[in-house]
Design a protein around this ligand. Sequence first.
Ligand code: ARG
Length: 456
Amino acid sequence: MQLWGGRFAKSADQLLRQFNDSISFDQRMWREDIDGSIAWAQGLANANVLTQVEADTLVDGLRQVAAEWEQENFTIAAGDEDIHTANERRLTELVGSVGGKLHTGRSRNDQVATDFRLWAKRAISAVIEQVTEVQSAIISSAERHHDTPLPGYTHMQHAQPVTWGHWIMSHFWPLERDRRRLQAAFDSADELPLGSAALAGTAFPIDRDFLATQLGFSRISQNSLDAVSNRDFVADALYACAMVGVHLSRLSEQLIIFSSQEFGFVRVDDAYSTGSSLMPQKKNPDTLELTRGKSGRLIGLLVGLMVTLKGLPSTYDKDLQEDKEGVFNAVDTLAIVLPVMAAVVETLQINADKMAGQLEAGLLATDLADYLVKKGLPFREAHHVVGAVVQAAEDRNIEITDLALADLQQISDLFSDDVTAAFSVAGSLAARNVVGGTAPAAVLQQIEAARRCMTE
Ligand code: ARG
């Protein structure tokens, strides 16, 4: 059944159909299309456009159509251009000509916008749940190793000691921001366009607030021309997904480096690694590499949609049919990437000895400067003095901690025997007991704060 044949002398060319049809992918919104139509049928009855008996017949028929989808025995017919056409065609087969009354005062333009928003709200909620799983895995790793030291890096150069708990939690907060971005995308989608009809608004006295309540939207759109072409919620969802991709990519990159032979700080569980067809000894972190790689796709999907949207006049244009596959793909991508990442983090083995083995004394240079500051030296001068200490150690090819007190005192008379306390990794970590700092006690507080955020 074609919805628009009346004014055409010829039927559509096979190629046109192939090009024009969206049923292959938008059938994914069958449930939302049924939900929207059930609300619309009742809205028409409330407005006395349909009798209650007619509306009930339509609703019963729509439920039968839904059952067919549910039981996977809905048969798509040749003329079913999209999910809206398919459901209405099947409804009319089931209930007879009253089926033709369902589309009164409605257009596929406000119908598709409504269906897609309903779908997006459900899909975004699912992604939020999946992000939460990764966050939980990070928290448990952080808790297990809240006081395990490793070198902290800037510019990928040894900087200061940090704790594993602190390091892994640095990947929790970006995901927490992602959850907020996803929530913002959900709020963006949470607006009812139904009642906008093709572009000018429906000519029947439909109570749009009733429709919004029926369908669980928190507000209704205020301009019908905008409402049928507003796809900001899709861009918002894709942006949030792309940022999740970027954050998981950074975590992956760092774990790939940490799992290399040179570092050996972590070991990715065998269940999430693959081997080489040629080199028997190889164990490759493919899951992390794929995660890093898929961030490219997620970013591309956002850019693709924005380019599609940027030249469109207001109201519906068929370009808008290009809005769905990208976000379907993004959501499907994250539906595998996020659970895999949660599992990789959950099963990640931490090699504390390897990390400790990299904690050379140079990482404590800042602590040595802080020691001098506590003796009254301005920090800039202390920085300079410690620079001289580092150089003296380098000249003799030893660590700064191996210099004798007398050597240190030659550089500054502020050094005394209590200096050895400044040369301790545990002391360095414990000193950074500020909110957001790397001290084990601060990390435990951070974990509590993270838990509170997640239950908010
Ligand atoms: N399949 C279309 C889409 O996904 C539905 C809306 C079609 N509206 C129209 N006037 N051709 O955007």
